[in-house]
Unconditional design. Structure first.
Length: 189
C-alpha cells in the first residue's frame, strides 16, 4: 500500500509525541514513591494516593472525554486533556507537600484518555488502510514511553530530585501540545 501523505505522517508523528510523555509520566512515578514518601514525611498509605487519585480521575474521565470527543472532535478534546495534564505536571514539579502532590497527580489523571483519543484522531485523519499501522505505532510508543519512564524515574530522583520527574513530564507535554496543535490535521466538518 502507498504511504500516507506528508501531512498525515506529520500528524501521526505528532500523536506519537503526544502518547510518549503520557506513558513516561505514568510509570516514572513508580520508582520515585519511596523517595517522595521519605522527603514529605508520610506513610505508605498516604503516598499511595499519588497513584490512586491519578487512576480514579483517569477512569472517570476516559468515557467522559470519549463522549466529548464525539461532540467536539477528538483532536480538540485530546488538546484539552493534554492541557490539564500539563497543568498537573507543572504543579507537581513545584509542590512541596503531599496534599498538593496528590491534587496535581489527580489533575494529571485527565491525561488518562490520551491513548484512546489518539486512536480516534488517527482514525479521523488517516486513510483507512493506514489506521491499523498507526494504532500499532501509537501502542508501541506507549510501551516505549512507559519503559523509559520506569527506567529513568528513579535515576532522576536519585541524581537530582523527584521534582525533575514531573518537570521532565511538563516539558515533554508542552512540546507534545505544540506539535499536536501544529501538525495534527483537523478533519473537515
Amino acid at each position: 500500500t502507498a504511504r500516507p501523505a506528508a501531512p498525515a505522517r506529520l500528524g501521526l508523528l505528532a500523536l506519537m509525541l503526544t502518547v510518549f510523555p503520557y506513558a513516561f509520566q505514568q510509570t516514572a512515578i513508580l520508582p520515585v514513591i519511596p523517595t517522595i514518601r521519605h522527603d514529605l514525611h508520610t506513610t505508605s498509605a498516604w503516598s499511595a494516593w499519588m497513584l490512586s487519585g491519578y487512576l480514579m480521575v483517569a477512569t472517570v474521565l476516559t468515557p467522559v472525554f470519549g463522549r466529548l470527543a464525539d461532540l467536539h472532535g477528538a483532536a480538540r478534546v485530546l488538546t484539552w486533556a493534554l492541557g490539564v495534564f500539563f497543568v498537573g505536571s507543572v504543579g507537581a514539579s513545584f509542590v512541596a507537600d503531599l496534599p498538593g502532590l496528590i491534587l496535581c497527580r489527580a489533575a494529571q489523571g485527565a491525561g488518562g484518555p490520551v491513548l484512546p483519543l489518539s486512536f480516534a484522531v488517527a482514525r479521523g485523519v488517516l486513510p483507512d488502510e493506514h489506521v491499523s499501522g498507526a494504532i500499532a505505532r501509537l501502542t508501541a510508543t506507549f510501551g516505549f514511553g512507559a519503559t523509559v519512564g520506569f527506567a529513568t524515574g528513579g535515576l532522576m530522583a536519585d541524581t537530582v530530585s523527584w521534582h525533575l520527574v514531573f518537570g521532565t513530564g511538563a516539558v515533554s507535554v508542552a512540546a507534545a501540545l505544540l506539535v499536536l496543535v501544529r501538525f495534527v490535521p483537523r478533519p473537515p466538518g
